[in-house]
Design a protein around this ligand. Structure first.
Ligand SMILES: [Zn+2]
Ligand SMILES: [Zn+2]
Length: 279
């Protein structure tokens, strides 16, 4: 069993929009976790412009290329693309991909909120090209609605998108779901909603793998504070890993998302690597 960790040194060198410089002490703070025998650190490559253009409009891609955060976004998406490919080919079992400037607020032709291109769109598009039409589940536990991801996969019945945000609604054929977690919740209440609204659905949907946008902006005293404690996030990873073991042979990818508290990032991500690497 091998866990991949995808991190590029530029992630620790900038003050990123919304999330700030929360990765300033990475990868050093993961040193212990990275030394585990079945954990492998990968330096991501930049995503190709051709792949970006399969998901995004030419205008969005051109604007992105001129922005100062293009390099960070490009390495982030490249890491997601490679991680999904390696999980599906069996080279690794699961992975944690670090993300800056790319993520769930990037739709086909517009993007905002600190994420200026999609991670899941190019990764799934590339995977299907290589491994055929497959079903994916995207779990979004960032504080905010994953509007960009929803836009990209809205008409794709082979992608289950369950987003924990501020609305209760089911769209399309039932594969596009939002769950209202409440303005203030607890670790226990949130986890119960994960079981009821995500784990129950995934057992029926039977995806080939789970992609998880794991934001920690929902943590107490962060900008999306929903009342969760730092310990919630490793617990959540553990719960979803067990679900992936049951439903899709353990194929599980975590992509970091919102959250600006560096102390929380430094606390949870080494723990999450250890959980992913547990036999
Ligand atoms: Zn957020
Ligand atoms: Zn939502």
């Amino acid at each position: 069993m091998i866990t991949g960790v995808f991190f590029h040194e530029v992630f620790s060198q900038e003050d990123w929009i919304i999330i700030g410089n929360k990765f300033r002490n990475f990868p050093q703070v993961m040193e212990h976790a990275l030394k585990l025998p079945n954990v492998k650190l990968f330096t991501p490559q930049k995503v190709s412009e051709k792949l970006l253009l399969k998901i995004h409009s030419e205008r969005l891609v051109n604007d992105l290329k001129e922005a100062w955060y293009y390099e960070g976004a490009s390495y982030t998406i490249g890491g997601c693309v490679e991680a999904v490919e390696k999980i599906l080919s069996g080279e690794i079992d699961n992975a944690l991909v670090f993300a800056v400037a790319a993520g769930h607020h990037a739709g086909r032709s517009s993007a905002w909120g600190g994420t200026y291109a999609s991670c899941t769109g190019p990764a799934i598009s590339n995977a299907r090209q290589r491994f055929g039409q497959t079903r994916f589940a995207i779990l979004d536990t960032d504080c905010h609605h994953g509007d960009g991801t929803r836009d990209i996969f809205f008409n794709d019945d082979n992608v289950l998108h369950v987003c924990f945000c501020g609305w209760n609604r089911v769209e399309g054929d039932g594969s596009k779901v939002c769950v209202d977690v409440g303005w203030k919740t607890t670790d226990e209440e949130y986890m119960n909603k994960i079981r009821q609204e995500f784990i129950s659905r995934i057992r029926e949907f039977k995806p080939k793998m789970i992609l998880h946008n794991l934001g920690h902006d929902t943590c107490q005293e962060d900008y999306g504070d929903r009342g969760l404690t730092p310990d919630f996030f490793p617990q959540l990873a553990k719960e979803i890993k067990q679900c992936a073991d049951e439903v899709c042979q353990g194929r599980y990818l975590i992509v970091t998302h919102g959250g600006a508290r560096a102390d929380v990032a430094e606390y949870i991500f080494p723990k999450i690597i250890e959980i992913l690497a547990e036999e």
